[in-house]
Design a protein. Structure first.
Length: 390
């Protein structure tokens, strides 16, 4: 049984051939036309620990994105980035905070979405310039139809010990002894982010169930729910378990709603969870694209050095508190570090395997030539500019 739960989606001012997934919640956008509206919505968010509703943010998105790549008043060129407000974008946040984008005469406007599927259409039509998202069936389908989008770098992967995507079980279910391991998922109400059978989360869930010799049919109910709505759903006892991403994992755990029972790095080590993708508006501006990548990798390298103990993590926590729903550096410190490669490298085999999953589940009709989808030249050029990572 599938039940869709979440905030009603306000469709962007473009024609969509596919009904967009119901969104969850979104973090306040930074320095965009939609910032004030999204921030105002934060005080009325119905879910404890969730990010404010996307409705207000979306209302300003079309106007904001209409000026994509237009020179800002400061002399910087504004690039509009679509993301989920996850901690996996820490490299972007640091590049903004530390002036690396400004060094390249770039300003980045962060537009928040409730799910990856919602990002594909505005990215392909130039309403946003670039994005952080997983390689979902919707993106591959768009590429197969000739949409000019390129995967240009890795954003996050499930490096062992870096499971920023995790399985959660409601705290009272664990404390009461109902859940001790994955075989106990049978009979529970499970929440999965959209789109079902077409996302990285679906792949990992099926792997975990297979380990326990279960299928989704063993759930009492499968609810389709945005990541941002999951902490509130745990609090209201509307769900028993879920697969979620940081910072929503830390939010649910810190507020006592859920227990983190397994990281995706334990279930699917090395999965390429997130990628940086450029849309047609940015691919037409090689100078901006290359400048963005240099700044972005500088941010990722700062993060990597801190995680490796070569630099202080305290400033990293402060940045995460400013750009995500965590808001408290002490809470940000509880987030599992993301697996970001300092050179922006991708796990190609993971992308190949995941594409096959979509074909097997008939959410992708035909395989896409990943060689046409991936363009590593921007990251390679940035590494040459920055030199070897140390």
């Amino acid at each position: 049984m599938h039940a869709r739960v979440g905030t009603p989606v306000l469709i962007l001012g473009i024609a969509l051939s596919t009904l967009l997934a119901a969104c969850g919640s979104a973090a306040p956008p930074v320095s965009s036309a939609s910032s004030a509206k999204a921030s105002a919505a934060a005080s009325t968010s119905p879910s404890a620990g969730a990010l404010p509703s996307l409705a207000a943010s979306r209302a300003g998105t079309a106007a904001s994105a209409a000026n994509a790549s237009a020179p800002a008043a400061s002399g910087l060129t504004t690039l509009h980035h679509g993301g989920l407000g996850s901690t996996g974008d820490v490299g972007l946040y640091l590049a903004s905070d530390r002036g690396y984008f400004a060094e390249q005469r770039i300003a980045v406007d962060y537009v928040r979405f409730g799910g990856g599927l919602e990002i594909v259409a505005p990215l392909s039509t130039g309403q946003i310039d670039l994005s952080s998202l997983s390689v979902q069936a919707g993106l591959l389908s768009a590429i197969g139809r000739g949409v000019d989008v390129k995967i240009v770098a890795g954003q996050s992967s499930t490096v062992p010990g870096r499971g920023t995507v995790a399985f959660l079980v409601r705290k009272d279910v664990v404390d009461g002894g109902r859940f001790k391991g994955p075989s106990d998922l049978k009979g529970l109400v499970f929440a999965l982010s959209p789109p079902v059978d077409a996302s990285a989360a679906s792949i990992v869930l099926d792997r975990w169930l297979a380990e326990a010799k279960l299928t989704r049919a063993d759930f009492k109910e499968l609810k389709v729910l945005g990541f941002g709505d999951m902490p509130g759903a745990f609090a209201n006892k509307a769900i028993d378990a879920a697969i979620s991403i940081e910072p929503f994992v830390a939010t649910a755990v810190s507020q006592g709603f859920a227990v983190r029972v397994a990281g995706v790095d334990e279930v699917y080590p090395g999965q390429q969870q997130g990628v940086i993708s450029f849309g047609p508006s940015l691919l037409k501006r090689d100078d901006l694209a290359r400048g963005f990548m240099v700044a972005y990798l500088k941010g990722v390298r700062d993060y990597s050095r801190a995680v490796e103990g070569k630099a202080d993590m305290a400033p990293i926590y402060e940045t995460l508190a400013r750009y995500t729903s965590l808001k408290d550096p002490a809470l940000a410190a509880k987030v599992v570090p993301t697996g970001a490669d300092p050179d922006g490298k991708l796990n190609l085999q993971s992308l190949i395997d995941d594409q096959q999953y979509y074909i097997d589940h008939k959410t992708l009709q035909a395989p896409v030539d990943l060689r046409k989808l991936i363009d590593t030249s921007y990251a390679e050029a940035a590494v040459k500019t920055l030199g070897p990572y140390r």
